[in-house]
Design a protein around this ligand. Structure first.
Ligand code: FDA
Ligand code: NAD
Length: 436
């Protein structure tokens, strides 16, 4: 006979960033022991995922759990497994949900366990796109690695140990490509990046911004191959990768290959059961989906971005944290017949590698206006870009900003000040932001 379903008032499906921040908000708003469960296929309590491509890979004093459990990434309390048990919040780990029936409010795990709920928060995040998905020849060879979760990070650290001082090829010129090529370089690998576009991170960077990072990386000894893709891999008798074959005919020797060619929101479990849009689960301004009592937060949510009056999906940590808090506040307010203000999000992305660090706020649409010193050889580079649309500044990027300067660019992106003279804006640079 099948075991009886375990019932919880609230279930968070997924145990990543959004789950950790949701748990903290539930505790803040008041949750009774036994009411809330987090079900995660990962074996550990929620943690700050950005650490995996940064501190986790440092050659010395590397970050390790329990050091970076949520919510330390935003300067908050570190929620250890004991915190969850003290609050009576159940962490159901190493448990993959393989079937979801929203009509009967039932979740089924790979091991056949069932869970029922009154309110569901979907926080399944994203999975990596793999080269095996496109049938790239040899892509299943050993040491062709991806980075999404702690198990991937452990594999990567083991491979770096096994192939010490070897050659690394990084496939992809986005976030993972830029952060991981730096990480491999500081671990003394001979690093080559390969990506198809004319410059790195084209979904955010302009050519002027990319000019700086490509030059800076080249000065660190990283080789960059642009305008082509990996079409196959060679391996030795053990199945370990030895070379990357490029579409343009070149062959790059490799002991380790790291692939960062994008993510895909994990929404397949809900297909046909809930409305979707732009690849995510469509929500309202409180993160409730088309099914009452079912919420979607973090990477999987396509939500109304009030500032731009359109539905968007955002794959960044700041939104994962804030969407989780908004959903929980809305759920608790509804229970007491109250309401919370609509989500009014200002997009915020950031990255850092080597000694450089940037922040971006707002929207990268319209005309871009580069300012400051973007010479990759500068001793203290500081530059940025404004994006101007319909005579207003709608987005700002800044490399090397202080805390106050980063706050200033956030204010600009939120206030959207008018600019009459784009040339004057370029000359004023950061001074313009300081006055807003
Ligand atoms: P998240 O991926 O954090 O969590 C999803 C959880 O659900 C995982 O625990 C997963 O195992 C679980 N799950 C999925 N399906 C399941 C199922 N069927 N059953 C059970 N469990 C299931 N952003 C940023 O702004 N700045 C940064 O520096 C970085 N750095 C960064 C580095 C790396 C290596 C990655 C992979 C990502 C980043 N990001 C980032 C992006 C950021 O981490 C991401 O947007 C958030 O983690 C999204 O939070 P979620 O909770 O939505 O998903
Ligand atoms: P991405 O979308 O940032 O970059 C994908 C890159 O893959 C593209 O820029 C392109 O250069 C490259 N590409 C696409 N097809 C290719 C091919 N066939 N061969 C070679 N290159 C190809 O995705 P990512 O870097 O893989 O990151 C995955 C997820 O993790 C995203 O959700 C991202 O937001 C998140 N992440 C964010 C940060 C951050 O915010 N600092 C850091 C790491 C990861």
């Amino acid at each position: 006979m099948a075991a009886e379903a375990r019932h919880f008032k609230y279930v968070v499906l997924g145990g990543g960033v959004a789950a950790g921040y949701a748990a903290r908000e539930f505790a803040k708003q008041g949750v009774n022991p036994g009411e809330l469960a987090i079900i995660s296929k990962e074996p550990v309590a929620p943690y700050e995922r950005p650490a995996l491509s940064k501190g986790y890979l440092f050659p010395q004093n590397a970050a390790r759990l329990p050091g970076f459990h949520t919510c330390v990434g935003s300067g908050g309390e570190r929620l250890l497994p004991e915190w969850y048990s003290e609050k009576g919040i159940e962490l159901i780990l190493s448990t993959e949900i393989v079937k979801v029936d929203l009509a009967s409010k039932t979740l089924t795990s790979a091991a056949g366990a069932t869970f029922t709920y009154e309110i569901l928060l979907i926080a399944t995040g994203s999975s990596v796109i793999k080269l095996t998905d496109f049938g790239v020849q040899g892509a299943e060879s050993n040491n062709i690695l991806y980075l999404r979760d702690i198990a991937d990070a452990e594999k990567l650290v083991a491979a770096m140990q096994a192939k010490k001082d070897g050659k690394a090829v990084i496939v992809g010129g986005g976030y993972i490509g830029l952060e991981l090529s730096a990480a491999l370089k500081i671990n003394n690998f001979d690093v080559t990046m390969v990506y198809p576009e004319p410059w790195c991170m084209p979904r955010l960077f302009t050519s002027g911004i990319a000019h700086f990072y490509e030059g800076y990386y080249a000065n660190k000894g990283i080789k960059i191959v642009k305008g082509t893709v990996a079409v196959g891999f060679d391996a030795d008798a053990n199945g370990d990768v030895t070379a990357v074959k490029l579409k343009d005919g070149r062959v790059l020797e490799a002991d380790i290959v790291i692939v960062g060619v994008g993510g895909r929101p994990l929404t397949a479990l809900f297909k046909g059961q809930v409305a979707d849009e732009k690849g995510g689960l469509k929500t309202d301004a409180f993160f409730e989906t088309s099914v009452p009592g079912v919420y979607a937060i973090g990477d999987v949510a396509t939500f109304p971005l009030k500032l731009y009056n359109e539905q968007r999906r955002v794959e960044h940590v700041d939104h994962a944290r804030k969407s989780a808090e908004q959903a929980v506040r809305a759920i608790k307010a509804k229970e007491s017949g109250e309401s919370v203000p609509e989500y009014d999000y200002l997009p915020y992305f950031y990255s850092r590698s080597f000694d450089v660090a940037w922040q971006f706020y707002g929207d990268n649409v319209g005309d871009d206006v580069l300012f400051g010193d973007n010479d990759p050889a500068s001793a203290k580079p500081k530059f940025g870009s404004y994006w101007v649309k319909d005579g207003k500044v709608v987005g700002v990027f800044l490399e090397g900003g202080s805390a106050e300067e980063n706050q200033a660019i956030a204010r600009v992106a939120r206030a959207q000040p008018a600019v009459a003279d784009v040339e004057a804006l370029k000359q004023e640079g950061l001074e313009f932001a300081a006055k807003v």
